[in-house]
Design a protein. Structure first.
Lengths: 234, 253
């Protein structure tokens, strides 16, 4: 299987402290990988490096054989842990925005998903509820036919009902050729959909591999392993 | 991609700038009406003009605030997560912001001219001023745009610098502003040094200079003005180049 994402010896230092220390891993086509770790473990820093938001690091990162930056951004559909869609746009304008900038954006799919949520297209994003904004944002991000989806804490701040919607949306929209990197510290909800997992602790990879192999080896679920590994950290 | 990003940059400020323009023109119509309808003994003429001047100042400040918001919000706040992950070069994003600001500055100068015309309509002096706005006006407009570009570039440099983290050291707005002032001083000093070497004698700049340029009184003045404008443009480009380099040290939080 060819890799859509490759990281070799990636390190990021803030002053004297390592936010990431010698991180190595690959994501193959079609793989759903969980980037697991408590707050402050370096998950968001790693994602910022992959998406080109942080450029001051050491090591090699390749996205579909391209270094992070504007060209590689064509292949990545990124959902940050912040409300990143301009709030002064109307819902229909935000769809147009994505259509303008991403060649792989499926306008009909986005419109269909948003209309099912009963979100008025003429409403400004700032007038929607927090839950509605998160759903609209996810719909936009998942309506791209991207090679790599990077989702930073997609279920971190939503209610259980919304979590189901989000996971369902992710699964339904990511094609077989697409790969997904999900960063989260809420494992139980995403565990069933993961193929691979990588555990990050204080910027270092402490465990990684196939979810099935890890479960067999440790005789525990990923959620249980997570709780055990990070019980003194969380 | 430049036109696409430009479209959204213009769309962002559209309502606010149109609102400012509408208020300024409405104010000038109202003041003009008051002056004509009640004549000066009833309405204190100086007072109304002071109000208009204050409004102009307010609109100018508001324009700067809007330009600041357009730049800082989309780059360094949450929207930066979207803008910097678009498949668009950073240089294109920056150029779009500069063009947008220049467009708005020009829009506001047009609005200011229209409102001044409304306020002074019918006065003999007004007719003369507007008649003489041909070649001198164009020249003044070039200066306005070049120095507008310079001011915007340094302003953007200050804002960018104030969002940089170099080895976890945060350059705050005060330090960034000092750096911006220093940048301006360096430009002025280099310019002064050049003039000292070339020895232009005692010549000043201003509207008189523009007139002299076209009456051909002094070829030195043409060179003087050319050096002034080209150095300001060069320093604007350098400031924009520095901003692109500083993007490496940005941390959107």
């Amino acid at each position: 299987m060819s890799n859509i994402l490759e990281l070799k010896n990636v390190s990021k230092k803030y002053s004297k402290n390592f936010a990431l220390n010698n991180v190595n891993f690959n994501i193959e086509k079609g793989c759903i990988m969980g980037l697991l770790g408590p707050n402050g473990s370096g998950k968001t820093t790693l994602i910022k490096i992959i998406t080109g938001l942080l450029t001051n690091y050491s090591g090699d990162v390749l996205i579909n054989d391209n270094s992070p930056g504007y060209f590689a951004n064509k292949y990545i559909s990124y959902l940050p842990d912040k409300q990143h869609i301009p709030t002064w746009l109307k819902v229909k304008e935000s769809i147009k925005f994505f259509e303008d900038f991403y060649e792989d954006f499926d306008k009909e799919r986005a419109a269909d998903m948003i209309s099912k949520m009963d979100v008025p297209f003429d409403s400004k994003i700032k007038n929607l509820s927090r839950g509605q904004i998160e759903k609209v944002t996810l719909s936009l991000v998942m309506s791209r036919r991207a090679k790599l989806y990077i989702l930073d804490e997609p279920i971190g701040a939503v209610d259980p009902a919304s979590r189901d919607f989000i996971i369902e949306t992710i699964l339904k929209n990511a094609g077989n050729e697409s790969s997904i990197l999900i960063s989260t510290h809420i494992i139980s909800d995403v565990e069933p959909i993961l193929n691979k997992a990588i555990f990050l602790k204080k910027g270092e990879v402490i465990l990684s591999g196939d979810v099935e192999s890890i479960r067999k080896e440790q005789q525990k679920s990923i959620d249980e392993i997570f709780r055990e590994v990070f019980k003194n950290v969380i | 991609m430049l036109f696409k990003i430009l479209k959204y940059d213009l769309l962002y400020g559209k309502k606010s700038f149109l609102g400012l323009a509408a208020s300024l023109i409405s104010a000038s119509i109202i003041i003009r009406f008051l002056v004509t309808a009640f004549d000066s003994p009833l309405v204190p003429l100086v007072g109304t003009y002071l109000v208009f001047g204050f409004l102009n100042l307010l609109v100018g400040i508001m324009s700067i605030v809007l330009i600041y918001q357009g730049f800082a919000k989309s780059f360094f706040k949450n929207h930066g997560y979207l803008i910097f992950t678009l498949p668009v070069k950073h240089s294109v994003l920056l150029i779009s912001k500069v063009i947008t600001s220049i467009i708005w500055l020009n829009f506001m100068i047009v609005v200011g001219t229209i409102s001044s015309y409304i306020l002074n309509f019918g006065h003999e002096d007004t007719a003369i001023v507007f008649e003489e706005l041909d070649i001198v006006g164009i020249f003044a407009w070039i200066h306005y745009n070049v120095f507008g570009l310079f001011a915007i570039s340094v302003f953007f440099l200050i804002i960018t610098l104030s969002h940089c983290y170099i080895k976890k050291f945060h350059i705050n707005f005060v330090l960034a502003s000092i750096a911006g002032v220093l940048y301006f001083v360096i430009w002025a000093q280099i310019l002064q040094l050049f003039y000292n070497i070339v020895d232009f004698g005692e010549i000043g700049i201003g509207v008189g200079t523009f007139n002299n340029l076209f009456t051909g009184e002094s070829s030195y003045l043409v060179i003087y003005d050319f050096v002034l404008l080209s150095s300001a443009t060069l320093f604007s480009i350098l400031a924009l180049f520095l901003i692109l380099k500083l993007f490496k040290y940005l941390e959107i939080r």
